[in-house]
Design a binder for this molecule. Structure first.
Ligand code: N01
Length: 545
């Protein structure tokens, strides 16, 4: 047997690396650190020319986190002694990118990352118990383990409109935003899409363009960010209490440093009390509006409707033109779509140079050389920005030719029979782990990534200690987790409406996808407990060889 890696994982065949990781965003970087910790030789392949993943590609104007910065970070920073201070409650894209770069350098990770290298295929070689991985340039590498860290939102949807090639102005896709400075001054700009991305762009562009026309198909419930700078004293206090902060986040349903409300809607004996609770949440801003108001917004239709109507009334109060205000009011239950966080989004529609165009029943038909056309109207623009979303979670995995032990294509398996164990592994794909795979929790990304990478590291260490060379999820365990995941989501009040309004969280924004939850909605504490139990009980969901 040949020995590979820093301390070495004994393998029966020759491999280039113990583990190949796809992607150098939060997930890939964290995983590379974990592999090093376990004494394994890992290699990350990254399509971009730098680290950051989502934070590398999405450099559109206004891009910033919707997660509060102090928990949008790796928990191990303290242990490794790297100092980092966030500047704001919701940091900008460039600050997050800078954080990831600084961490990469601090941990000297860069030397094990090959940039500008998109993985085209990864084929399982059962005979040799390895993965054969090929880049788009045709280089081939062999590894014992394969780990995808491809990101939940990494495959932007291509603009589907005919005539785009004929457009004489500039056009951009938010998820593939160029690195060079884009000049908006004096331009007539069209923005298509009002998801979390479009919502961040509107107020920023409103100040710099001649005119901004926002094409909206479905309105969203946009919660105010109430962003603010983090003073040195505040950041120091957070740093001194990291342990407590992360303990709280690991105990919160969505993995944030927030307190899940235990207040139930039916406990309220007057509408005035209901309004007071919602107003307090609205004032706190961000996701606190849904987590720290009523504990049953996803479970009690009355609670959900109260929270929904409260936002509609805020929109009506903020937006001066009542016709525009009504168009901005969603008519489906809140959280059916992942609610965006806005930085004076609704206020932007009070500006003379910002116009909302409702295209729900009057879709964009084509892009013309000078602008675009709906069924009734032709518009002229100098620039079009497409913020139309992603083929989320499964889209990027399916875009790579990943083949399992019987040469089955991962993309086909995900489409026909999506069943995973904890969103990390799936039957038929031995020695393959997914970071933020389908059926992982709907939650704060870095926290889940931390937990998953730690678990993968532990699992490989367990294999090493027990002389195992191969690990594969059992069909029974995958069915159990998938059924549980579906059942939890189907018991919420948003189960049907999410599918009806085209939410990406249930695959409903892409025609060819099955409308089914892509996430575990059982909460972070339950998820962490389930994953920990697996390791503590010597992996009942797995077959080892
Ligand atoms: O994408 P989306 P996103 N014609 O799918 C519209 C995360 N994120 O990039 O709703 C016209 O939410 C579509 O309309 P409709 C976050 O998790 C995080 O904005 O399908 N319009 C919708 O309005 C978020 O949820 C952050 O009717 C078309 C929009 O495009 C996720 O990424 C920041 C259309 C797409 O919205 C995705 O957000 C940004 C068409 N043919 C994003 N096709 C932070 O945390 C689509 N649309 C900071």
């Amino acid at each position: 047997p040949q020995t590979n890696g820093v301390n070495g994982y004994t393998t029966k065949s020759s491999v280039d690396f113990d583990a190949i990781v796809i992607g150098a965003g939060f997930g890939g970087l964290r995983m590379l650190y974990e592999l090093r910790k376990q004494g394994l030789r890992g290699k990350v392949f990254e399509a971009g020319s730098g680290v950051g993943g989502t934070w590398y590609w999405n450099r559109y104007p206004g891009a910033r986190t919707d997660s509060e910065s102090w928990v949008y970070i790796f928990t191990f920073l303290e242990q490794i002694g790297m100092d980092w201070s966030w500047k704001e409650r919701f940091p900008r894209q460039d600050e997050v990118e800078q954080y990831l770069n600084q961490m990469t350098d601090y941990l000297d990770l860069r030397k094990d990352i090959q940039f500008n290298s998109r993985i085209a295929s990864a084929h399982r070689d059962e005979k040799n118990n390895t993965w054969k991985v090929t880049t788009a340039q045709g280089e081939t590498f062999v590894s014992k383990f394969l780990i995808s860290a491809t990101g939940p939102l990494a495959t932007p949807l291509k603009p589907p409109f005919p005539g785009l090639d004929s457009f004489k102005g500039e056009w951009y896709q938010t998820g593939l935003w160029p690195k060079h400075k884009v000049d908006f001054s004096g331009k007539r700009v069209a923005l298509i899409g009002t998801g979390a991305t479009g919502v961040q762009i509107v107020p920023v562009l409103a100040h710099t363009v001649q005119s901004l026309t926002v094409f909206q198909r479905t309105p969203n419930y946009v919660m105010p960010a109430r962003n603010h700078p983090l003073m040195e004293e505040q950041m120091n206090e957070i740093k001194q209490n990291y342990e407590k902060v992360f303990k709280r986040a690991r105990g919160q349903i969505y993995g944030f440093d927030m307190t899940d409300s235990t207040l139930m809607f039916d406990q309220m004996d007057s509408d005035a009390k209901v309004q007071r609770v919602l107003e307090a949440g609205w004032e706190k801003g961000g996701f606190r509006y849904v987590f720290e108001t009523f504990g049953d917004i996803l479970l009690n239709p009355k609670s959900n409707e109260a929270a929904s109507e409260f936002v509609r009334n805020k929109i009506r109060a903020i937006v001066n033109d009542q016709e525009t205000a009504e168009l901005l009011c969603p008519d489906y239950p809140i959280v059916s779509k992942r609610p965006p966080v806005g930085h004076h989004y609704y206020e932007a529609f009070n500006r003379d140079n910002v116009k909302l165009v409702d295209i729900k029943n009057n879709p964009i038909q084509e892009i013309t050389p000078t602008g675009l056309k709906t069924g009734t109207t032709e518009y002229e623009f100098d620039m079009i920005i497409f913020a139309i979303g992603f083929d989320a979670i499964t889209g990027t995995l399916a875009s790579i030719d990943i083949r399992g032990s019987e040469n089955q294509l991962l993309g086909d398996v995900l489409k026909k029979d999506l069943q995973t164990v904890h969103g990390i592994t799936l039957p038929g794909f031995p020695n393959f782990f997914m970071i933020f795979g389908p059926q992982a929790p709907f939650a704060n990304g870095p926290l889940i990534i931390d937990n998953t990478s730690d678990w993968i590291g532990k699992t490989i260490a367990y294999m090493k200690a027990n002389g195992h060379e191969r690990v594969e999820a059992t069909q029974d365990a995958a069915k159990k987790w998938s059924d549980f995941t579906d059942l939890l989501f189907e018991s919420t009040v948003i189960a049907q409406s999410a599918k009806d309004v085209g939410a990406w969280t249930v695959g409903a924004n892409v025609k060819s996808k099955e409308k089914r939850t892509l996430f575990f909605f059982g909460g972070v504490p339950a998820y962490i407990a389930a994953v920990e139990k697996e390791a503590l009980e010597s992996y009942p969901s797995y077959k080892f060889a």
